[in-house]
Design a binder for this molecule. Structure first.
Ligand code: COA
Length: 291
């Protein structure tokens, strides 16, 4: 068995493993996906007896980590091949000086759980996906409680302090310390995840909370990527005001839906979202490999 980076000459064969169907359609679809998601393509393949047996695509996030797609095999699930791919990508990450590789197992890892464990990945957190329609506003907040400042994401210096302060004691995947929230990925004005809109909540001239909403235009929706209240202002339900602002941003942008993913252990955030009318529509286990 051999695990390695894909060769340019293997695109067609890999495409077939990845997409299925007839080879020419698969190749076109694979290249279209690569282009759309700005994959290079970055890809590990596993070969046995001179033939490609499996493929694992991954792409770098701006915070320096890699995010893996689901490994795919041509034939039925073979734990040894899957584990080899998952070991291959972590070895590649180590070679590239990348400290963290992630895999989001939608609906749970299923048959991948054994290969992930065999390849020494761990699953620190399970996240729930929540959504609500944007068209129904939340009841208005009491007047003059908070004011808002929109912050340009191109000036992260304005935001890092308030983001750090609101992250303190968060139960949102604390295993991912140091948090990626303070890195570049979070502050990109037009990240692959959509247009970033930052809002800072001010009370008595002091910033006490912040909110990051990404607007996605291809599958139109707003995504709450982050919200937080400084510890000294928690416990009074001010998080609901952040969520209200997020829904307003979505409505102003004309997108129909607001979505987010949150750690199932983050009870304060879950209760806040539930109170704002969000409902569960899925979830994923976060698997990570660290160097
Ligand atoms: C999420 C967050 C913004 C909510 O702040 P808040 O509005 O002050 O929330 P509260 O402390 O008022 O808690 C909201 C609800 O959760 C409950 N709650 C809070 N912590 C709890 C805990 N550990 N166990 C059980 N219930 C808890 C509160 O009692 C309250 O319930 P109620 O509405 O029935 O009274 C805040 O906790 C925060 O900034 N956390 C750190 C950053 C973070 O994790 N952000 C979310 C990730 S995107």
């Amino acid at each position: 068995m051999e695990v390695r980076r894909i060769l340019p000459s293997e695109i067609a064969e890999s495409a077939h493993l990845y997409v299925g169907g007839d080879p020419e359609t698969a190749r076109t679809e694979f290249l279209r996906l690569s282009h759309e998601h700005k994959w290079n393509p970055m890809c590990q393949v596993v070969a046995r007896d001179g033939a490609l047996r499996g493929i694992l695509l991954y792409f770098p996030l701006a915070d320096g980590s890699w995010l893996c797609d689901q490994p795919r095999l041509g034939a039925k699930a073979d734990p040894a091949l899957l584990a080899a791919l998952l070991t291959g990508v972590r070895d590649a990450a180590r070679g590239a000086g990348v400290g963290l590789v992630r895999y989001h197992a939608e609906g749970g890892a299923g048959d991948l759980e054994t290969p992930l464990k065999r390849a020494d990945w761990s699953c620190p957190a399970s996240l729930v996906r929540l959504h609500r329609t944007a068209s129904i506003p939340l009841p208005p907040s009491p007047p003059s409680l908070l004011s808002w400042e929109e912050r340009p994401p191109a000036r992260p210096g304005d935001l890092i302090e308030i983001v750090r302060a609101t992250q303190e004691g968060s139960s949102d995947v604390p295993e991912l310390e140091p948090r990626s929230y303070t890195t570049l990925d979070f502050f990109l004005p037009h990240s692959p995840r959509g247009d970033a809109r930052w809002a800072v909540a001010i009370r008595a001239s002091v910033p006490i909370g912040c909110l990051l909403v990404n607007l996605h235009h291809d599958d139109p929706h707003a995504e709450i990527r982050y919200m937080g209240i400084v510890p000294s202002a928690r416990g009074r339900g001010l998080g609901l005001h952040l969520v209200r602002r997020a829904v307003e941003i979505a409505r102003e942008a004309g997108v129909p839906e607001v979505r987010l993913a949150v750690d199932r252990r983050n009870v304060a955030a879950l209760k806040t979202y539930q109170a704002a009318g969000f409902r569960e529509y899925g979830g994923f286990d976060l698997w990570i490999a660290r160097q």
